[in-house]
Design a binder for this molecule. Structure first.
Ligand code: CA
Ligand code: CA
Ligand code: CA
Ligand code: CA
Ligand code: ZN
Length: 389
């Protein structure tokens, strides 16, 4: 008997060692990796890992929780030897408010990592860290990032918040979502071969469907996005994820859904956004806000609607200095005004932080190629197609 017990204990120890070892191996480590995208969980681990690696300069702060109860974390950077954080100019940086714009999360993390690893090594970095306090939230839409990495995605899915909505008013919420039927990670259009259909295959690429012209004969029909009738009500994909755009739900110049699509039922109906607003409000020293999105190669300032005009001239002068410097620092990126140069958005984040807290705000639209840089000409060429940024 004794022999068996010791054998079991040994096995137990061996197994525990295996699991502990595994847990450590999975943990996000310093130096952080920038050759892959971190999952939501790994981003949280990265914030904590930076805090552990630089305990004198950082705090990891739980800001709040999302619709699906995921934690939203901030990394704060301040050198207490040069003063209290709240007595220094505060620089707030966040990213990935649109859940599918994931690389912005890596950019915010890279920014934190860059400041910390070069502190005491590069003079300019040491100077700015000594003079300012930083508040960095790498992932705002934590549920969106999570689902973007785990679910099949269409072009626009998991951009929004997970506030469910009963689209077909049958008493159940989001009960018939898209289904990735062929398991390729993408929600794409389904097609069916039907002689006399209104589509045909593209001559060069059979994946592409071309609408037939008058007099032509087609042999395909489109069946809509991938999915099955999950709840057996005879309709397919009739109640998918709720659509509240996290950058249309802030408490300044908010407009209801019929004016601003994705607005949500009321300002700050999103619990995660509300917690971030409270967090920023607690740090009265925050004077500048950078919110990183994808894409287009732009630094956008407010106002995000015409009604927000005119900004006061002194603020515009500050914006112009910052914006023109941003253009110099990041070649190809352009400093623009949201409503005028792009499109109007109500309930916008940086409008809220400007109106409520008097902080200068920029939306950094990351990623641009020559062809993808926003121009008025390009918008005309795109015709009816809308790009949401
Ligand atoms: Ca329903
Ligand atoms: Ca729904
Ligand atoms: Ca698929
Ligand atoms: Ca159904
Ligand atoms: Zn965006």
């Amino acid at each position: 008997m004794k022999k068996y017990i010791s054998k079991y204990i040994f096995l137990y120890l061996l197994l525990s060692a295996f699991f502990v070892g595994n847990a450590i191996a999975q943990k996000t480590q310093i130096p952080l990796r920038f050759d892959k995208y971190y999952t939501y969980g790994e981003i949280v681990e990265a914030v904590k890992a930076l805090n552990m690696a630089y305990p004198d300069l950082t705090k990891a702060v739980l800001v709040g929780k999302s619709e699906e109860n995921r934690e939203i974390w901030a990394l704060e950077i301040n050198n207490p030897k040069t003063g209290k954080a709240e007595e220094k100019p505060g620089v707030y940086v966040d990213a990935n408010i649109h859940g599918n714009e994931i690389q912005a999360g890596e950019v915010a993390l890279y920014f934190a990592d860059y400041l910390l690893k070069n502190y005491g090594k590069l003079k300019d970095v040491t100077d700015v860290v000594d003079r300012n306090a930083y508040y960095i939230i790498p992932v705002v839409n934590v549920d969106g990032r999570y689902h973007f990495m785990t679910d099949g995605n269409s072009m626009n899915s998991n951009r929004s918040l997970r506030i469910s909505r009963d689209d077909d008013k049958d008493g159940s919420f989001d009960e018939d979502m898209y289904d990735d039927l062929n398991g390729d990670g993408n929600i794409t259009q389904m097609r069916k071969k039907v002689e006399g259909g209104n589509y045909k295959l593209d001559a060069e690429d059979a994946r592409i469907m071309v609408r037939i012209k008058d007099g032509e004969k087609g042999n395909y029909v489109l069946l809509g996005q991938e999915g099955i009738d999950n709840d057996n009500d005879g309709k397919i994909n009739e109640d998918t994820e709720g659509f509240v755009d996290p950058n249309r739900n802030w408490g300044s110049n908010w407009q209801p859904n019929y004016v601003q699509r994705g607005a949500g039922d009321f300002p700050f109906s999103a619990v995660g956004l509300k917690s971030i607003a409270d967090y920023i409000g607690k740090h009265e020293n925050i004077i500048i806000i950078y919110a990183f999105h994808n894409n287009g190669g732009m630094y956008l300032r407010g106002p995000s609607t015409k009604e927000g005009e005119p900004l006061n001239a002194a603020d515009i002068a500050v914006y112009d200095v910052l914006g023109k410097n941003a253009e110099k620092i990041v070649p190809g990126y352009r400093y623009l005004v949201s409503w005028k140069d792009l499109y109007a958005t109500y309930g916008d984040f940086t409008d809220f932080t400007y109106d409520a807290f008097g902080a200068y705000g920029f939306v950094g639209e990351l990623f641009q190629r020559e062809t993808e840089t926003y121009t008025k000409e390009a918008k005309k060429e795109q015709g009816e197609e809308r790009f949401y940024l």
